[in-house]
Design a binder for this molecule. Structure first.
Ligand code: GUN
Ligand code: FE
Length: 448
């Protein structure tokens, strides 16, 4: 067990941020928070003395602020080499011309390891302590991603991508058959579960049909059954773009959400990326089944020309986390995505164009605040994954990032708690993150 003494900040409720100076946090052996004491609590001094005496105290000075680790709820690990590339193409062309050729290279174990090692290091250096990954269609190198996360100490949820529909996938990058896709997925899940037993932080398999267009009917049905039988997590893309949405409607005469549900792919352990085109019926299906949304606001600007109605879906009771969607989104940073989430929500908000006073634009109550975006980046992601993550609170995992406030424009006579957490969220980049912890274990130390 150890103790942490630090200034901390987290979002205990949707839209609220709590800042505690000199919090004393007690961890058990496996990095789970046992207690959090404020200086005004009766037992604080006694516990602090004990921690010092046992020499188990990790104390951070007042130039540091500790935030919960971020959760990337949607990221394509094999697409890391093309981050920032070809985003002017529409989704269909981008998949065909860039992404499928790149992902097909993950039959090469050396290349896979090189990329995956660098990506996981990069995510940790940006404060991402948990990630929900799409790997590639190659089972073996998808397993190597799991091993790399296990070794580096990142909490990871990983799927071998399934794509077996010959109409929508290229000959050089496709599951051999519906049957092999199912068998390899079963195998993959078992191997990940075996591997996970030797980790503190947990590594979890995820059933991962790429999206409806990539998969045959029998595969979608088989994967739904597999997920239900084993209570596995499920991830896919849903209602992502005009093209994808109309493809599904043309093939089935129904919406993405209706079809995913009918295949048994929605539920409390399902996380669907994007959902910008989700209609009211679809939203109700998500709320009823407990399905979560991975909101990827940078990616949505490019592939959907659109903004997710976060505020509306949140009001409908749908749980929402944030995703980078590397490389549909260009940035590996959840900071960048939470900022984008706030900014685009402001563009959705209603207003009157002053040059054309008759033209109202936007919709009332669309905006989300910085505090709400902070919640989506932490607690929202944790709720989607059904784990106690994103808060400094008893029974939660101590997943944390240490921000060096002295690297940001902060001034003793000017700043207060309220300005500091806002600056931390808006201005932190990787060099300001000094250390990262996953379940009490230091997994990253900034050498700068
Ligand atoms: N839809 C199907 N595959 C993909 C992908 O790799 N990225 C994104 N953004 N959307 C997809
Ligand atoms: Fe994606």
């Amino acid at each position: 067990s150890k103790y942490i003494l630090a200034n901390i900040c987290h979002p205990p409720e949707y839209g609220k941020v709590e800042f505690i100076n000199h919090a004393l946090i007690g961890l058990d052996r496996s990095g789970i928070i046992q207690f959090l004491l404020k200086p005004t609590d009766a037992t604080y001094q006694e516990k602090l003395k004990q921690a010092k005496k046992e020499e188990r105290l990790i104390a951070f000075d007042d130039s540091k602020l500790i935030l919960p680790g971020f959760i990337d709820l949607h990221i394509h690990a094999p697409q890391w080499p093309q981050a920032g590339v070809a985003l002017d193409s529409p989704l269909y062309d981008w998949l065909d011309n860039c992404t499928f050729p790149l992902e097909s290279k993950y039959s090469n174990p050396e290349f896979s390891k090189e990329v995956y090692n660098n990506l996981v290091d990069t995510l940790l250096a940006h404060g991402t302590t948990t990630a929900l990954y799409f790997a590639s269609a190659n089972k073996n190198t998808s397993l190597s991603l799991a091993k790399i996360c296990a070794k580096k100490g990142q909490r990871a949820f990983i799927g071998k991508v399934v794509m077996d529909n010959p109409d929508q996938t290229p000959d050089y990058y496709r599951d051999e058959s519906s049957q092999s896709a199912l068998l390899e997925t079963e195998d993959f899940c078992k191997e990940v579960e075996k591997l996970a037993q030797n980790t503190l932080q947990g590594i979890y398999p995820v059933i991962t049909p790429r999206f409806i267009p990539s998969c045959t009917d029998s595969t979608l049905k088989n994967l739904g059954e597999l997920a239900q039988t084993h209570n596995y997590y499920v991830q896919s893309h849903c209602s992502e773009s005009d093209w994808e949405d109309s493809y599904v409607f043309n093939r089935f005469g129904k919406s993405d959400a209706e079809m995913l549900k009918s295949f048994g792919l929605l539920g409390p352990r399902s996380i669907m990326a994007h959902c910008v085109k989700l209609d009211t019926t679809g939203a109700n299906i998500f709320a009823e089944t407990g399905t979560s949304i991975a909101h990827c606001p940078i990616s949505n600007a490019y592939f959907a020309n659109s903004v997710l109605s976060v505020a509306k879906f949140q009001r409908l009771g749908i749980n929402i986390g944030l995703g980078s969607d590397i490389s549909g989104g260009f940035s590996p940073s959840i900071y960048d995505n939470l900022r984008q989430a706030v900014i685009v929500s402001r563009i959705l908000e209603d207003g009157v164009d002053s040059s054309l006073p008759s033209e109202k634009r936007g919709k009332a109550n669309s905006r989300i605040t910085l505090a709400k975006a902070f919640w989506h980046a932490t607690v929202g992601g944790g709720q989607a994954l059904k784990l106690k993550l994103g808060l400094f609170k008893k029974d939660y995992s101590f997943d944390a990032q240490v921000i060096d406030l002295s690297t940001l424009p902060t001034y003793g006579g000017f700043d207060n708690q309220d300005s500091l957490w806002q600056k931390a969220l808006y201005l932190t980049n990787s060099p300001s993150i000094k250390a990262v912890f996953v379940q009490g274990k230091k997994v990253y130390q900034n050498q700068l």
